[in-house]
Design a protein around this ligand. Sequence first.
Ligand SMILES: NC(=O)C1=CN([C@@H]2O[C@H](COP(=O)(O)OP(=O)(O)OC[C@H]3O[C@@H](n4cnc5c(N)ncnc54)[C@H](OP(=O)(O)O)[C@@H]3O)[C@@H](O)[C@H]2O)C=CC1
Ligand SMILES: Nc1nc(=O)c2c([nH]1)NC[C@@H]1CN(c3ccc(C(=O)N[C@@H](CCC(=O)O)C(=O)O)cc3)C=[N+]21
Ligand SMILES: [Mg+2]
Length: 296
Amino acid sequence: MVETKSNYTLIDGKKVSADIKAEITQRVAERKAQNKKIPHLAIILVGDDGASQTYVDNKVKSCKSVGFHYTMMRFADTISEEKLMKHIDHVNNDDDVDGFIVQLPLPPHISVEKITEKIRSDKDVDGFTNQNFGSIISKNPLLMPATPFGVMELLRRYNVQTEGKHAVVIGASRIAGAPLSMMLTEQGHATVTICHKYTKDLASYTRAADILLTAVGRPGLVTGDMVKEGAVVIDIGTTRVEGPEYPKGWAIKGDVDFDAVAPKASLITPVPGGVGPMTIASLLLNTLKATEFRYP
Ligand SMILES: NC(=O)C1=CN([C@@H]2O[C@H](COP(=O)(O)OP(=O)(O)OC[C@H]3O[C@@H](n4cnc5c(N)ncnc54)[C@H](OP(=O)(O)O)[C@@H]3O)[C@@H](O)[C@H]2O)C=CC1
Ligand SMILES: Nc1nc(=O)c2c([nH]1)NC[C@@H]1CN(c3ccc(C(=O)N[C@@H](CCC(=O)O)C(=O)O)cc3)C=[N+]21
Ligand SMILES: [Mg+2]
């Protein structure tokens, strides 16, 4: 009789993120000692979406903990696209700001594409602009897309071999799935399949994955029967689910049915405590990098 083993390793993004933040704190202290400019991150938040507020609070807390300067800019969700563009122009030209992000989602009357392209690429610490997206396949990259960079760093620190492996990515957005697929190909030398809303028979692809990565925002999308025995599973999804059973009235859920999938996985990220904290670490790393470019 074949016994099913359920020995998986939990990928501790919180721990890796804390390690990276400690390295950044050290580098900021060194810059300070040398009278060099301290990194300054600006965050633009439009509207009062609860989840966005939580992520932005985490980013501010992290800036404080590593010794960065930061500026928080909040606007009502009624702000016009034109006015927001003017604010971005201002931050683009503010010499004291080394990097900035415009928190997504934006209200429907504002074009994410237009806003993104307004951001100066050398201050784009999310790594969203076309130039930084293209940077993935460049020998001289500028700023890497933060979430995919965080995922690659987790794979590297947990010695996950990607070369020649079949990686299946669910989701193809500018912020996560699309750049992640490109990085797995370019830096990871993996064979990559990208799945999205129009993919037929999703399970037929996911079952063939040595490494399965998902960035959709739909809790429970990946069930136990969709995962190959021994696969590495990376869950980027973060959805706020409300319910009276949760102490805060809500909880953060990934795309993966963790209890069903973990026993089949060799390594797996939890949500929370997996990819989320790594995105913040990457954002801080990019801000430090942007500062070093400008003031070496
Ligand atoms: N942990 C972190 O740091 C981060 C987490 N996230 C989280 O990741 C999730 C995705 O975010 P984001 O990329 O911005 O979202 P988007 O809505 O921009 O993209 C979702 C992607 O999933 C695809 N998709 C939708 N439904 C399905 C389905 N049923 N089967 C397969 N693919 C599907 C879409 O396909 P199509 O292209 O065809 O529309 C699209 O490519 C969210 O939960 C978000 O909160 C995002 C960024 C960072
Ligand atoms: N311009 C922009 N850049 C982004 O990078 C961006 C964005 N907009 N809009 C929304 C998504 C989502 N996202 C997350 C970041 C951190 C956590 C994170 O820290 N999560 C913690 C817990 C969060 C909590 O405390 O509730 C964890 O997973 O352990 C989650 C999600 C970044 N995004
Ligand atoms: Mg799309």
